[in-house]
Design a protein around this ligand. Structure first.
Ligand code: NDP
Ligand code: ZN
Length: 347
């Protein structure tokens, strides 16, 4: 990111590492919709000459002298969110906000990201995980961000078995939320989207009904399917600032909304007063940055290894070579109909 609205290539020094850090080179990379919000909406403010990217599988090139579990040549899963685990925020169970709100989101936000020949990983023992033997690199790369973020939406919405759930947005994040909701034992899963390939995968991952937001208001469609009752839980993984209005309207009293959508524009979101029970409806909204970290990556990798989730099915475009990152990023910007997620392999 050269500045808001502008991307290009830049030469930088190889990052220095501290005693707990690692230096890695990428083996697989993926651009994220968040990179697009950051560059083209200027959503987190101006950034100059910042290397983008936070989704990677890597190989360790160098480690600090206090790193215990990783060594040079290890292949690693890299978490998109890399908190300071030795922080007061971590002790409060909000490590993702260590160093200030969203502070655990360092790559392509507070420091250079992973779209480079080398990238720096803070707190390597806490933020890297060993790449399981034989794991598909596409699946492994999705463990950086798409899988943990989709699952985070389900955790935030606190989905329990038997719940009726709406997942608004079935891009790669929402698709992983559908898969997570199914694992949590949701009953009906209403998946909101329009792209055909996403719809097909949503069904495969556990959606019981598809709601096409381009073919009518999602509120009336979901209320009709639930006999006017609404759903117990909503995961917001797409849409815009008006989506909260819809989410409140389809939510039962006592229900919860888990938002993982990165709101890139505007100053306010609207909460409808009456449907929010005039302030007394017990309808909760929780928005969260996914937690990140090694344990989460290891646990999600187990779900891949045991065949419980198939994030590699979301990879629709594969590129080879670091110089192709720009093409992959542009796909993410333009979102052609056949795209779910691009992957760049660094051979
Ligand atoms: P995509 O753009 O691929 O998917 C967005 C989804 O929302 C699509 O299914 C799209 O439908 C749907 N959608 C778009 N407009 C509407 C609307 N008006 N009403 C209902 N649905 C709509 O995004 P990703 O899956 O890549 O990412 C989702 C969000 O998660 C992004 O904002 C991203 O930045 C954020 N994110 C958040 C993280 C966190 O830690 N909280 C981490 C990573 C990402 P269609 O089928 O028509 O395309
Ligand atoms: Zn991301």
């Amino acid at each position: 990111m050269l500045s808001i609205g502008q991307v290009g290539w830049i030469e930088k020094e190889i990052p220095e590492i501290g005693p707990y850090d690692a230096l890695c080179r990428p083996i697989a990379l993926a651009p994220c919709t968040s990179d697009i919000h950051t560059v083209y909406s200027g959503a987190i403010g101006d950034r100059h000459n910042m290397i983008l990217g936070h989704e990677a599988v890597g190989e360790v090139v160098k480690v600090g002298n206090l790193v215990k579990d990783f060594k040079v040549n290890d292949k690693v899963l890299v978490s998109a969110i890399t908190p300071d685990w030795n922080s007061l925020a971590a002790q409060e169970s909000y490590a993702m906000h260590s160093g200030g709100m969203l502070g655990g989101w360092k790559f392509s936000n507070f420091k250079d990201g992973v779209f480079a020949e080398y990238f720096h990983v803070n707190d390597a023992d806490g933020n890297l995980a060993h790449l399981p033997e034989g794991m598909d690199l596409g699946a492994a790369c999705m463990i950086s961000d798409m899988v943990p973020t989709g699952f985070c939406g389900v955790e935030l919405a606190d989905i329990n078995f038997g719940d009726n759930v709406a997942v608004i947005g079935i891009g790669p994040v929402g698709l992983m939320a559908v898969a997570a909701a199914a694992i949590r034992g949701a009953a009906n899963i209403y998946a909101v989207g329009s792209r055909q390939n996403c719809i097909e995968l949503a069904k495969e991952f556990g959606a019981t009904e598809i709601i096409n937001y381009k073919q009518g208001d999602i509120v009336s469609q979901i209320l009709e399917k639930t006999n006017g009752q609404g759903v117990d839980r909503v995961v917001v993984a797409g849409g815009n600032n008006d989506t909260f209005e819809q989410a409140i309207k389809i939510l039962k009293p006592g229900g919860k909304i888990g938002n993982v959508n990165y709101l890139g524009e505007g100053d306010y979101i609207k909460i409808p007063r009456v449907e929010w029970g005039c302030g007394m409806g017990h309808k909760q909204i929780v928005g969260g940055l996914m937690p990140g970290g090694r344990l989460r990556s290891e646990k999600l990798a187990r779900l891949v290894q045991t065949g419980r989730i198939h994030p590699e099915k979301m990879i629709t475009h594969v590129f080879h070579g670091l110089d192709k990152v720009e093409d992959a990023l542009m796909l993410m910007k333009n979102k052609p109909k056949d795209l779910i997620k691009p992957l760049v392999l660094i051979d």
